[in-house]
Structure formats: C-alpha cells, structure tokens
Design a protein around this ligand. Structure first.
Ligand SMILES: Nc1ncnc2c1ncn2[C@@H]1O[C@H](COP(=O)(O)OP(=O)(O)O)[C@@H](O)[C@H]1O
Ligand SMILES: [Mg+2]
Length: 278
C-alpha cells in the first residue's frame, strides 16, 4: 500500500473549514481536523465554545454554513439526517432523551432494530443484542424498568447502550460523565475504553479534565468557535494559549486569591511577630 493510501485508510472523519452561523452568531469558524480510525478524540472548550454544535454538524443534525465533514470520504451533509447512523456514526445527547414509557430493554432494542444492521436483524435478534449491551454497560439489573425511573448515572449508561445498539464505527459522546461521582466516572471511563478497544472511534466532549486527559489520544480545544489547539493531551494542557483561554478566568482568580492570602499572612506576621526561638 502507498503512503497516501495508508493515510486515507487512517482517517475516519475529516472536518474541513467548518463554519456554523446562527443568525448573527458564528458558533463555529474555520474548524478543521481529522479523526483517525480507532482513536479517541477529546473535544474541550469553555461553555458556549461550539462543542455541541460541532457534534451536531458531525452527526448530520446541522448542515454547516461553510466547509464540510466527510466520513470515509463521503460528505455527511449529502446524507439525510436519519440515515447518518447507517453510515456508522452514532451519538449520545447532552440532554438525555430516552423513550420514557418504554422499558430500558425496549429502548436499546429499538436502536438495534433501526441502526446500521437493523434491517438485517429480526425483532428477536434485536432483543438479544439489547441484552448483550445491557450486560456490557451494567444495566441488565434494571432491564424491565421504565427508562424514566432510572437514576442519572444509569440514564447515561442507557444513552451509551442505545448509541452502541446502532453498531457505530464512530461514537460521539456529549458530556456523558456530567453529574457522575468519582467512582462512576472511573466506571464510565473503563466502559468507554472497552468500547474503543472493540474498534469504535470515539469523540468525547467532557468538562472533566482528568477524564479527558486519561482517555484521549488527541485533544482539540475550541474557544469562541475556533480551534485554538490540537495535540497530545500533555502538550495541549501545557500550551499557554489553552491555559489563558480555557483555564483562564478560574486560574487567574485563584492566583489572585493566593496573593491576597499571602499578603494577609505577611500583614499578620508584622502585627504579631513570632516569639524569638518559636
Ligand atoms: N440552535 C441554536 N440556535 C442559536 N444559537 C445556538 C444554537 N445552538 C447553539 N447556539 C449558540 O452557539 C454557541 C455554541 O453553543 P454550543 O455548541 O452549545 O456550545 P458548547 O457545547 O461548547 O457549550 C452558543 O453561543 C450557543 O448559544
Ligand atoms: Mg454542549
């Protein structure tokens, strides 16, 4: 195989000069990057920086105002929204929306019936697939409950199971770890690593830096709709531009507080000098 051929086979998603305008606001401008087959791409940025909008463009929910997204060389904008999952792209939603009146098992079986291989799956096979996935994500114990009865972490697991039922090649995860405690985050990361090991390419949007750093092969940083950094997790986090744009206000405020505390200590030490020898 030629070097060029290898490169082409390596790229799952190619995002080229994507811009997305809502009225007078450009939620995304000139965003370009590739996502390699089998990789985990972490997408971070402050609130409102365009992460969810980019997920919506990649999953075909929005047609970009400028630029294009291709998956294995095919333009996503040319595929009807409902058919994007048949290409092999599935997503979870930041605001989870299960079919509330269906059971957990039925929610997942519906995905298995209508996803990439859905047409080839009988109802029975779809329920069998649902059972496998419920065991995989740890929801077999609540399979017969109504989806609306689930706790927050279980709803997130259900989102992941529903998306996996579509048999995706690329899975987009929009803040599936938000609201989870430390143990649940660890479990979620283990689950996602397992999904990735089975060959599924992941794009992960998450606020929790530790989680993003531990799971991502590459991180892309958005700020005000523009890509401001891309690279290995350690390099990206060390970039001064990222510290300023992303960690900026919180970090600066913390430094300010530390300065005030230090000054108060100094003042206190002047007023009450420690006794000699103490
Ligand atoms: N459907 C929409 N209509 C109008 N503005 C939108 C829409 N979706 C997102 N936006 C705006 O685009 C910007 C980026 O939003 P979003 O992609 O949700 O950011 P993030 O997910 O990074 O927090 C925000 O200013 C948001 O208000
Ligand atoms: Mg968002």
């Amino acid at each position: 195989m030629t070097a060029a051929g290898q490169t082409a086979a390596g790229v799952a998603l190619r995002i080229t000069d994507v811009g997305m305008r809502f009225g007078g606001l450009w939620a995304l401008s000139d965003v370009s990057f590739d996502v390699e087959h089998g990789s985990v791409l972490g997408l971070i940025g402050p609130n409102g920086s365009g992460k969810t909008t980019l997920m919506n463009v990649v999953s075909g929910v929005y047609k970009p105002t400028t630029g294009s997204v291709t998956y294995d060389g095919r333009r996503i904008a040319d595929v009807p929204t409902h058919a994007v999952c048949h290409l092999g792209i599935a997503r979870t939603f930041q605001v989870v929306k299960p079919f509330a009146s269906l059971t957990v098992r039925e929610n997942v079986a519906v995905g298995a019936m209508y996803g990439r291989y859905g047409g080839k799956r009988s109802t029975r096979a779809s329920f069998e697939r649902a059972q496998e996935l419920l065991e995989f994500v740890g929801l077999a114990r609540v399979a017969e409950r109504a989806a609306s009865d689930l706790t927050i972490p279980d709803r997130k697991r259900l989102e992941v199971a529903k998306a996996l039922a579509l048999d995706p090649d690329v899975l987009l995860l929009d803040e599936v770890m938000a609201g989870l405690n430390a143990t649940e985050v660890e479990e979620a990361l283990e689950l996602l690593r397992d999904v990735n090991r089975r060959g599924v390419t992941l794009i992960v949007v998450e606020h929790l830096m530790k989680a993003i750093v531990s799971i991502s092969t590459t991180i892309v940083v958005l700020a005000e709709g523009r890509k401001i950094a891309q690279g290995a997790p350690a390099d990206v986090l060390a970039s001064p531009q990222v510290i300023e744009a992303y960690l900026g206000s919180r970090w600066v405020k913390r430094q300010e507080q530390l300065r005030i505390i230090a000054a108060e200590r100094e003042e206190a030490a002047r007023m009450h000098p420690p006794e000699a020898g103490a």
